[in-house]
Design a protein around this ligand. Structure first.
Ligand code: MRU
Length: 353
């Protein structure tokens, strides 16, 4: 954390290695893990020391460089061959967030398109990883500011509901959905943020609440089952969530529970926005049912901390993400502007214009 601004940066290139905030230890402990090797980065992504789609992308980019650095040959073809294996290792860490695959592809493309010595390629890979990191931060600022354009005009100070953690911890810094919250707070448009995802991983309780408290953003934690009630009571003006992968038609995978939030928001006529960088859009998938959904260890369900809360004999199902159909999404807030889900292809044209 930058002590003068309280700004949180979960992935930092520092002293020839990567410092990761250990997100599994928050909010009780604010500690860093130093990553020197690609296999350790892969493990850190798998175990969710670093998590959140854009942050995973940034971490994987550095992982590619660390892997490249470990390759000993000076022969270009052998080097590229071994780099493909590094990419393969990183691809197996988590299946849903497309930013992981996007960042790995960008790093591989950089390597294949760089000529000169193997040492030149390695240096270019480090530069590219650092660019991906810096660009994601700028992207989050732009998403936050574009989000201001869709905030309801009334009331003057809004209550925004967000799910899981799409904050600074989930990105290079500032956040996507929480970036919109931060920008609204800065502009005097925020009354408070309601945060949920209190099961299975408690990311709203542990991470979003922590981020808000650090910056003095008023935050009310609710359990996931309370969202419909809060909407009915008129406590929520707008819902803004992040995304792990958006199909070309706008169907959006995000942390489990997002789909039910979208349904109840629709039932109460409350705008429901997804905030995400364009790197989260997977144009190779036409519909959300093609998005691979990670299934995590059932201990996230039968256990809280070290305490087992269910009888033996029960069975478990623990999908980590769900897919919200495009028709439930009011708009997608990106760094290039806000798009109706069906208009995403226009965002692509604008991206490459
Ligand atoms: O399982 P996680 O904690 O990696 O899931 C994170 C989310 O679902 C976030 O909402 C998503 O990655 C968007 S992050 C800006």
């Amino acid at each position: 954390m930058n002590s003068s601004t309280n700004q949180v940066y979960p992935v930092i290139w520092h002293n020839n290695s990567v410092s990761l905030i250990d997100q599994t230890r928050l909010p009780n402990e604010y500690a860093f893990v130093e990553i020197h090797r690609c296999s350790d980065m892969a493990q850190a992504i798998k175990t969710m020391i670093v998590r959140g789609a854009p942050a995973i992308g940034v971490a994987a980019a550095y992982g590619m460089y660390l892997g490249a650095r470990e390759i000993e040959t000076s022969d270009r073809n052998q080097f590229l061959n071994q780099l493909d294996k590094v990419a393969q290792l990183l691809r197996t860490t988590r299946p849903t967030a497309v930013n992981l695959f996007w960042a790995i592809s960008r790093m591989l493309k950089t390597a294949y398109e760089t000529f000169g010595t193997v040492e030149d390629i390695k240096q270019t890979l480090l530069n590219t990883a650092r660019s991906i990191n810096a660009e994601d931060l700028q992207t989050c600022y732009a998403i936050g500011d574009n989000g201001l354009k869709v905030l309801p005009q009334t009331p003057e100070k809004l209550t925004i509901l967000t799910h899981c953690n799409a904050g600074a911890l989930a990105t290079a810094g500032y956040g996507t959905a929480l970036g919109v919250v931060r920008s609204a707070f800065r502009e005097g448009r925020l009354a408070r943020v309601f945060a949920d995802e209190t099961r299975p991983r408690l990311q709203g309780a542990k991470l979003t609440a922590w981020e808000c408290v650090q910056e003095g953003i008023p935050v009310t934690l609710i359990t996931d089952s309370m969202a419909a009630h809060c909407m009915k009571e008129g406590l929520i003006d707008i819902v803004v969530v992040g995304a792990d992968r958006i199909a070309a038609n706008g169907d959006t995978a995000n942390k489990i529970g997002t789909y039910s939030l979208a349904l109840v928001a629709k039932a109460h006529n409350i705008p429901f926005y997804v905030a995400a960088p364009l790197s989260t859009v997977d144009f190779s998938l036409s519909h959300g049912n093609e998005i691979p959904i990670e299934e995590r260890n059932p201990e996230e369900i039968y256990q809280i901390g070290d305490t087992i809360i269910t009888p033996t004999g029960a069975e478990f199902y623990n999908p980590a993400f769900d897919v919200t159909p495009a028709q439930l999404i009011t708009g997608i807030i990106t760094e290039n502007g806000v798009f109706a889900p069906g208009e995403l292809t226009k965002s692509r044209i604008k991206q490459f214009a």
